[in-house]
Design a protein around this ligand. Structure first.
Ligand SMILES: [Zn+2]
Length: 170
């Protein structure tokens, strides 16, 4: 968290024009950089979970509101009457159909899974900082590299502790 703010501050110091893009999450109050088209808005959710959580809640609420409206109730009863009492799915040769979302690519083994909203945020921020469009792929490569360095750093610390314990047993 502190590292995040430290990074954000150094980014803003290096790129003062991005200050206009600085906003605060209306749910958890964290500061974050938003896309220039949203500059100056203060009703946004952060990309670290709030935006997604509240979008989901909003959609559920809208759907509930709709089905409680007279129009929605009519539509629901129409749907219920149209639905056959018993429905047997037609059997397809070769087992159940593969359901695949078009956007998500299968994860490669050994690759960390990053929340897509988070990757998109990092991509947007790096693109803003560098002033050119950065691909999602580049961001994933970069995140993997950072994670690897963190792991190495952590391992080095553990090794040092073990070496120190060997030299000076408690
Ligand atoms: Zn938030």
């Amino acid at each position: 968290m502190l590292e995040y703010y430290w990074l954000l501050r150094s980014v803003l110091r290096a790129k003062p024009h991005l200050r206009a893009c600085l906003t605060r999450c209306r749910h958890c109050r964290i500061f974050f950089l938003t896309h220039p088209r949203n500059a100056g808005r203060h009703d946004l959710g952060c990309p670290f979970g709030c935006r997604q959580a509240h979008r989901k809640a909003g959609a559920a609420q809208r759907s509930a509101d709709y089905y409680h409206s007279p129009e929605g109730k009519r539509r629901k009863s129409d749907l219920n009457q149209r639905r056959p009492r018993k429905y047997c799915a037609p059997r397809l040769p070769g087992g159940p159909p593969q359901v695949q979302s078009p956007k998500r690519r299968p994860a490669q083994p050994g690759q960390a899974q990053w929340p897509p909203a988070m990757v998109e945020h990092v991509r947007m921020v790096i693109s803003l900082i560098e002033g050119r469009r950065i691909s999602r792929r580049r961001v994933l490569e970069m995140l993997a590299r950072v994670l690897r360095q963190l792991t190495i750093g952590r391992r080095r610390k553990i090794d040092q502790t073990v070496a120190w314990l060997n030299e000076e047993p408690p």
